[in-house]
Design a protein around this ligand. Structure first.
Ligand SMILES: Cc1cc2nc3c(=O)[nH]c(=O)nc-3n(C[C@H](O)[C@H](O)[C@H](O)COP(=O)(O)OP(=O)(O)OC[C@H]3O[C@@H](n4cnc5c(N)ncnc54)[C@H](O)[C@@H]3O)c2cc1C
Length: 475
């Protein structure tokens, strides 16, 4: 049996980082409620420190600042003192290929010096302005890089980069959907030329260089800080409140929604589904079947993270962000980050912490292996990369079994189906990592933008109603 609860102007379903950022934005347009199915906020962002001082992360471990929506969200809540910029070590990264770690070039001069590709490939990069035009339609990341920068550059870098960012397969991840900035640079004259122009313009405008950040106690702090601000602002943020149904409210059937959760029914003018894509599909099934099946068609790649505690000297020769493994290399892991080189308090004093990633689109089955097997693979492959025997002093395994949403070819069309069908219903939208950007900054920007859009469309609809009434009066 349900009871009615007070109406709200905006109701956000899901208290992951997208939903939380959306709730801050919605606050300026009236009262807001956030309903979260689990007992905590943060969604996949989860950080934990054990009694010895080892810090684990279950999903994002870093985000880049400045980033417009995130920087403005942090300014609104008052930048938490625990925000931590990554050390300069973050600039050094390696690629594990041919059984050795090679530095990844981070600038055009470093690209000219690198041993990772041949002089012919370097010449190909210089010839980028003469690259052929794209055929109509979407293009995979590897096809795009091969067309713009040459086949060898694509074979060397495309897959490791895609593995490192989305755990996907560079041959079927859509560059248009997953890396729209590359298409923008292409349209602006080329990745190299337009990229350098952008860097110079940012410098001239005094925009600080992008730098990775996290929090002293890990990325979950971002969610906790936003949630704290929302609660103190009077926003109703309920955990253990799974939404089980949504339906249009009233006779007009457009623009107002009735939302059912265990505590009762809430009516709202703007409904933002910032929950998991699985929940979105279930909630939309009875109302928007095309949107529900387009949502179900977004594939996900499971991923496991094995955190390995080490004596500090093990990582001493590799002070940097970490490495990605080339798919042709002899290891099964996707790569590893050296967290204790990046942020304070990742490991007990005098110890080192590496986080090893396994699975993804190329080896999804690995994620089902038991903890001991995953640790064995992680330790063996970390040892191969570092060129020494690894004896872990501590370890922790976490799995993202549902995995990271994959923006494969056709993703943008799937998202359009969802957007268009929801637009015809009015007053409802989706936000989060399944749709228009997979990282933390993209989720925050998406939550903010979709709430704004819901508000603007609601205002336009009200104007049409008033204009209609005005016409009747004149008659
Ligand atoms: C291994 C890994 C590494 C990553 N590394 C990085 C990185 O370094 N940098 C970066 O920027 N990004 C990274 N990401 C991505 C980043 O973590 C995600 O983009 C982001 O956290 C997703 O947030 P979200 O709010 O969209 O979704 P979620 O966190 O999934 O939140 C959705 C919320 O909806 C809730 N929910 C579900 N059903 C219901 C219901 N019926 N009613 C109410 N609530 C419901 C869920 O419980 C959940 O809290 C990584 C991800 C993974 C998995």
């Amino acid at each position: 049996m349900t009871r009615d609860m007070p109406d709200v102007a905006t109701l956000v379903v899901g208290a992951g980082v997208a939903g939380l950022a959306a709730a801050i934005e919605a606050f300026q347009f009236g009262d807001v409620a956030v309903l979260e199915s689990s007992g905590r906020v943060g969604g996949v962002l989860r950080s934990g420190r054990d009694s010895e001082g080892w810090l684990t992360e279950s999903a994002a471990a870093s985000f880049l600042l400045p980033a417009p929506a995130t920087s403005s969200t942090l300014a609104t809540i008052g930048t938490p003192p625990s925000l931590a910029a990554a050390s300069d070590a973050a600039k050094r990264r390696w690629l594990f290929v041919d059984d050795r770690l090679e530095p990844v070039p981070a600038s055009p001069p470093e690209l000219l010096r690198t041993r990772l590709v041949s002089p012919w490939a370097k010449l190909g990069v210089l010839c980028e302005p003469f690259a052929g035009r794209a055929a109509d339609g979407e293009e995979s990341v590897s096809d795009f890089v091969a067309r713009r920068l040459g086949g060898e550059i694509a074979r060397t870098f495309a897959q490791p980069i895609v593995s490192g960012i989305t755990g996907g397969d560079a041959h079927n991840v859509s560059v248009d959907a997953a890396f729209p900035v590359l298409k923008e640079l292409e349209a602006g004259g080329g990745i190299m030329r337009a990229g350098l122009r952008r860097v110079r313009a940012s410098r001239a405008a005094g925009v600080p260089r992008g730098r990775l950040h996290s929090f002293v106690d890990g990325m979950e702090s971002l969610a906790l800080e936003i949630a704290g601000w929302l609660t103190s602002a009077g926003v109703a943020l309920r955990t253990d409140a799974p939404v089980s149904g949504i339906e249009p409210a009233g006779d007009s059937g457009k623009g107002r929604w009735r939302v059912t959760c265990p505590d009762g029914v809430i009516e709202t003018q703007r409904l933002l589904l910032a929950c998991t894509p699985e929940t979105v599909a279930e909630l939309l099934d009875p109302l928007a079947p095309d949107a529900a099946s387009a949502t179900r068609a977004i594939p996900r790649s499971p991923i496991a993270i094995v955190a390995v505690g080490l004596e500090a000297d093990v990582l001493a020769d590799h002070v940097g962000f970490g490495f990605l493994a080339h798919p042709s290399s002899s290891v099964e892991i996707l790569g590893a980050t050296f967290d204790s080189h990046l942020y304070p308090r990742r490991a007990p004093e005098g110890m080192g912490l590496a986080r090893v990633m396994l699975g993804g689109a190329l080896r999804p089955a690995l994620v089902a292996a038991d903890d001991a097997a995953l640790l064995d693979i992680a330790v063996r492959d970390l040892g191969k990369a570092l060129g020494r025997t690894i004896v872990p002093v501590w370890s922790h395994v976490v799995r993202q079994e549902r995995g990271i949403p994959q923006y494969q070819l056709g993703h943008r069309a799937r998202v359009s189906v969802v957007e268009n069908e929801l637009d015809t219903l009015g007053g409802v939208d989706v936000a989060g990592w399944a749709w228009r950007g997979v990282g933390v900054n993209a989720c925050i920007a998406d939550g903010v933008a979709r709430v704004r859009l819901l508000h603007e469309r609601g205002e336009t609809a009200m104007l049409h109603v008033s204009a209609g009434k005005g016409a009747l009066t004149l008659e």
